[in-house]
Design a protein around this ligand. Structure first.
Ligand SMILES: C[S@@+](CC[C@H](N)C(=O)[O-])C[C@H]1O[C@@H](n2cnc3c(N)ncnc32)[C@H](O)[C@@H]1O
Length: 256
C-alpha cells in the first residue's frame, strides 16, 4: 500500500500529539542512538531530534514518498527506505520509536520481542497504535466496502490491519523480555472542521487508503460519497459545523 506525505500532513498537529505523549513517557537517561521506525514525513523524528539533541537519530519507512518528505524536512538525519518486517539492523539502539505504524505490521508476538532484542540494556521501545478498528469510522469503511460493486476487489482489504491484542496481552508479551513495561490507553477527541467531510479527509490520509487504492477514479468517488453519507449519520455535526472525532490509541513503553 502506498502512502502520501501530502495527505498525511493535512492534520499534522493532531497526528503528532500522540507522538509527543509517547515520547514524554520514555524514561530519562543517556541516549546515544535513537531510531524512528515508520517515520512518515519526519514529524515524529523531529521530536526525537529535539529531545535527544546529543544522540544519533535515524528514521526508516517503507514509503519512498514519505522518506523523500522526511529528508527534505530534516536534511541532517539519515533516513532509509526499509520494511520493518524484514529490517535486520541489530542495533543496539537506546530508543526505538514506533508511532502509529505497527498496526500495519503483522505478528506482534514475534515482532515486539525481536524489536526489544535490538535495544541496548536500559533502552526503550516506545509504541503507539490506533485502537479504532471497532469504532464506527472503521466499521463503516468495512460496511461500504462489502456493500457495493467493488465488494470483490475489496474482499481482503479489511484484513490488512493487524488485529490488536488487549493491553494485558501486550504487557505479558513485553514483560517477558523487559524490566519495566508501561501501558495506557487514551481517547483523543479531535474537533474536525467541515463535519463529515472533515472525518473523510482525516481517514483519506490513513485508514481509508487500502480501501481506495484498488478502485478506479469513478469507484473511488462513489465509495467516498457513500462513506461520507454514513459518517454524517453516525457523527452528527456540532453547532459550529465541526465534528468531534473520538480516537482511542494504545501506548506501550517497554524498557529492557
Ligand atoms: C500513520 S504513519 C505514521 C508516521 C509518523 N510515525 C507519525 O508519528 O506521524 C504510518 C507510516 O508507517 C509506514 N509503514 C507502514 N507499514 C510499514 C512497514 N511495514 N515498514 C515500514 N514502514 C511502514 C507508512 O509508510 C507510513 O509512513
Amino acid at each position: 500500500m502506498s502512502w502520501s506525505a501530502k495527505q498525511y500532513v493535512t492534520f499534522e498537529d493532531e497526528r503528532t500529539r500522540p507522538a509527543r505523549d509517547l515520547l514524554a513517557a520514555i524514561p530519562s537517561g543517556a541516549v546515544r542512538s535513537a531510531i524512528d521506525i515508520g517515520c512518515g514525513p519526519g514529524n515524529s523524528t523531529e521530536l526525537l531530534v529535539e529531545r535527544f539533541a546529543d544522540a544519533t537519530v535515524r528514521g526508516l519507512d517503507s514509503s519512498t514518498d514519505m522518506i523523500e518528505a522526511a529528508r527534505k524536512r530534516l536534511p541532517q538525519v539519515r533516513f532509509d527506505v526499509a520494511d520493518i518486517d524484514t529490517w535486520n539492523d541489530t542495533g543496539p539502539f537506546d530508543v526505538i520509536f514506533a508511532n502509529a505504524v505497527l498496526q500495519w505490521v503483522p505478528d506482534h508476538a514475534t515482532l515486539l520481542p525481536a524489536l526489544v532484542s535490538k535495544l541496548a540494556p536500559g533502552g526503550s521501545l516506545a509504541i503507539q497504535m490506533p485502537d479504532n478498528l471497532n469504532q464506527p469510522s472503521h466499521r463503516l469503511m468495512r460496511e461500504v466496502a462489502a456493500d457495493g460493486p467493488w465488494a470483490g476487489k475489496l474482499a481482503e482489504v479489511a484484513e490488512q490491519r493487524t488485529e490488536m491484542a488487549d493491553a494485558s496481552a501486550y504487557y505479558s508479551m513485553l514483560k517477558a523480555c523487559c524490566t519495566r513495561v508501561d501501558v495506557w490507553r487514551t481517547t483523543y477527541h479531535h474537533p474536525l472542521a467541515g463535519g463529515a467531510s472533515g472525518v473523510v479527509e482525516w481517514f483519506k490520509g490513513s485508514g481509508l487508503r487500502p480501501f481506495l487504492e484498488p478502485l478506479d477514479e469513478t469507484e473511488r468517488t462513489q465509495f467516498l460519497q457513500q462513506y461520507q453519507a454514513a459518517i454524517a449519520q453516525t457523527y452528527p455535526a456540532l453547532a459550529d459545523g465541526s465534528v468531534l472525532l473520538p480516537f482511542p490509541r494504545l501506548f506501550l513503553v517497554a524498557t529492557r
